[in-house]
Ligand binder design. Structure first.
Ligand SMILES: [Fe+2]
Length: 339
């Protein structure tokens, strides 16, 4: 009798452990309603509970390092490949992939050693004032160096990872010297010292402080589809240009939001399942509809706005190469006086 009872207790304990493992913990820099909605859907479909801790990417990297093998995080999520590569270099990730991930994520948008994978795409473009800049007047990042843009350009700080990745790509394509000359010339054309967010750059252009700015595509979408009328009015005043589309040019710089399985992930299998879910066509469509981010396969974008922008040529440089130049990019910016 006692043996049967012991066996029953053991089975009960086992199933409780299995139940408690029906979860996945994310340390995320992203802060979108779309993500919450998708995590809920994931839980409904799989029974796996999603726990989220949100903070700045660098703070999360430090925390994962400090928590070491006690770290509850299964997935680290960042909004730029630069941070994913940094996390990889800090030794807090492990390679993880699956057949489905390999199928759903184009090779160029995931790490060649499977340390991270993208789940959305964004382009770093130029937005300009419709009433002061003619269509076709700006066609490339290099155009922003021209004397005619003196006092007419703005961008956020060079400490921002989106700018660092843009300059990293520039370094990878043209070398450090040319990247420095570009950063210095654009800095010298600025209407003010770098400040504020991408959205703030567009607000300033709409307000007439400058005529052109460098921003990520989804911020244009977030202003265009904002509940706030003032934001929608800002978007109304702007047009966008996908830089460097000519045949002899590199294409527009693109980047990813992506996820990576943490080195000590207690629920690695669930983390992979969540990545599979986020890269599935259903989730990809949710991202494109709600945050105006591009899906991994851009031609599959369902959002009306993204479709209205049309197709564009993206810089084909591998994302891990961009990640590796980020320290040089940060240094180059400072040398150029772009704070
Ligand atoms: Fe962002």
């Amino acid at each position: 009798m006692r043996t049967i009872l012991n066996k029953t207790a053991a089975i009960l304990l086992l199933s409780l452990t299995a139940l408690s493992a029906k979860e996945v913990t994310i340390y995320s820099y992203r802060h979108y309603e779309a993500d919450k909605k998708l995590y809920k859907q994931f839980t409904a479909e799989t029974g796996i509970k999603v726990n989220t801790v949100k903070a700045k990417a660098d703070a999360l990297i430090t925390r994962i390092k400090e928590e070491a093998d006690k770290c509850p995080a299964d997935l680290f999520i960042a909004a730029d490949v630069g941070r994913l590569v940094k996390a990889q270099e800090e030794g807090i990730l492990q390679p993880a992939t699956s057949e489905l991930l390999q199928k759903q994520v184009p090779k160029a948008l995931r790490d060649s050693n499977n340390f991270w994978t993208g789940f959305t795409v964004r382009a770093r473009i130029i937005a300009y004032a419709k009433d002061r800049v003619k269509k076709g007047e700006i066609n490339s990042y290099q155009d922003l160096m021209l004397p005619k843009w003196k006092g007419r350009v703005i961008a956020r700080s060079s400490s921002n990872i989106y700018n660092q990745s843009l300059l990293s790509a520039y370094i990878a394509n043209h070398g450090e010297k040319k990247a420095f000359l570009w950063a210095r010339a654009v800095k010298n054309n600025m209407a003010r010292e770098p400040e504020g967010s991408d959205r703030d750059q567009m607000r300033a252009v709409a307000a007439g402080i400058a005529d052109a700015c460098i921003v990520n595509t989804y911020y244009v979408g977030l202003l265009t589809n904002s509940k706030n009328e003032k934001d929608r009015q800002v978007a109304e005043k702007l047009a966008i240009c996908f830089p460097n589309q000519a045949e002899n040019q590199t294409g527009t710089h693109i980047n990813i939001s992506g996820g990576a399985v943490c080195k000590h992930a207690p629920n690695k299998a669930n983390a992979i399942k969540l990545l599979e879910f986020l890269t599935s066509s259903k989730a990809q469509s949710t991202f494109s509809e709600t945050t105006s981010e591009y899906p991994l396969i851009r031609e599959n974008a369902t959002s009306k706005l993204l479709k209205s922008w049309g197709p564009f040529k993206a810089d084909p440089i591998p994302l891990d190469t961009i990640g590796k130049h980020r320290k040089a990019a940060a240094k180059t910016f400072l040398k150029a006086g772009w704070k």
